[in-house]
Design a protein around this ligand. Structure first.
Ligand SMILES: NC(=O)c1ccc[n+]([C@@H]2O[C@H](COP(=O)([O-])OP(=O)(O)OC[C@H]3O[C@@H](n4cnc5c(N)ncnc54)[C@H](O)[C@@H]3O)[C@@H](O)[C@H]2O)c1
Length: 197
């Protein structure tokens, strides 16, 4: 819900939009799925891990960029006719990635911060660009979700085969396996481990 809502509700992605999602973990890949459902035509997944980028492609990314190997701002500009993406979604919670989002965004587009920063983090942006580039800098708390509105929508989309929730479930585990699942998540081996009681 956090990622899907960051694209569909907070970012207000619409038909034909270009969207770049930075961080293709569980949240970022849900943002990619949300951008596809909203009708975005160009969906760019950015991550430092090729395995995550493969999952991003499966969930709807039309292009991927490994930002450990390539400058994501240049790559996104090249994929969007030099303009930048209409909506850039930060799904890491990292000040450098936030700056990449800001710089990869089209003028008057929207940056959505869904990654959660740690308390000591600060950002530095050219103040003139914050003014001159216009647009919106939004944050998304749980994808601006209204459960009574959004959960039935997600279930309907799943039942209609339009939202592949199963693709997010890398494994099902017992409650006793939770610590090991956190370690797998830290190592980037899973999108989501789901506890079955
Ligand atoms: N706003 C909300 O309501 C909400 C809800 C849930 C989670 N979150 C936050 O969203 C963020 C992502 O959560 P997740 O569960 O998807 O985590 P995750 O660990 O599954 O995914 C994070 C992804 O970011 C990638 N990454 C790390 N450093 C990067 C970099 N420098 N550039 C590009 N990609 C990079 C990792 O490879 C990984 O694929 C976290 O900060 C989490 O706290 C926010």
């Amino acid at each position: 819900m956090a990622g899907l809502g960051a694209a569909m509700t907070t970012g207000d992605v619409g038909r034909g939009d270009s969207v770049a999602v930075f961080g293709c973990g569980g949240v970022g890949n849900a943002a990619i799925a949300g951008a596809r459902l909203a009708g975005a035509s160009t969906i760019i997944g950015v991550d430092i891990d090729d395995r995550k980028l493969r999952w991003a492609e499966a969930l709807g990314a039309t292009h991927t960029v490994n930002s450990a190997k390539h400058d994501p701002v240049e790559a996104i500009r090249a994929l969007t006719g030099g303009f930048g993406a209409d909506v850039c979604i930060e799904a890491v919670g990292n000040p450098s990635v936030y700056r990449q989002c800001f710089e990869a965004r089209d003028l008057a587009g929207t940056v959505v911060l869904v990654g959660v920063p740690r308390p000591e983090m600060t950002i530095e942006l050219p103040f003139l660009d914050v003014f001159g580039r216009g647009g919106a800098l939004q944050s998304a708390w749980y994808g601006d979700c209204l459960p009574e509105r959004d959960f039935p929508m997600l279930i309907d989309l799943y039942l209609q085969g339009r939202l592949d929730l199963d693709a997010f479930v890398s494994e099902t585990i017992a409650l006793d396996d939770v610590e090991e699942a956190f370690e797998k998540m830290e190592r980037g081996e899973v999108l989501r481990s789901v506890v079955v009681l």
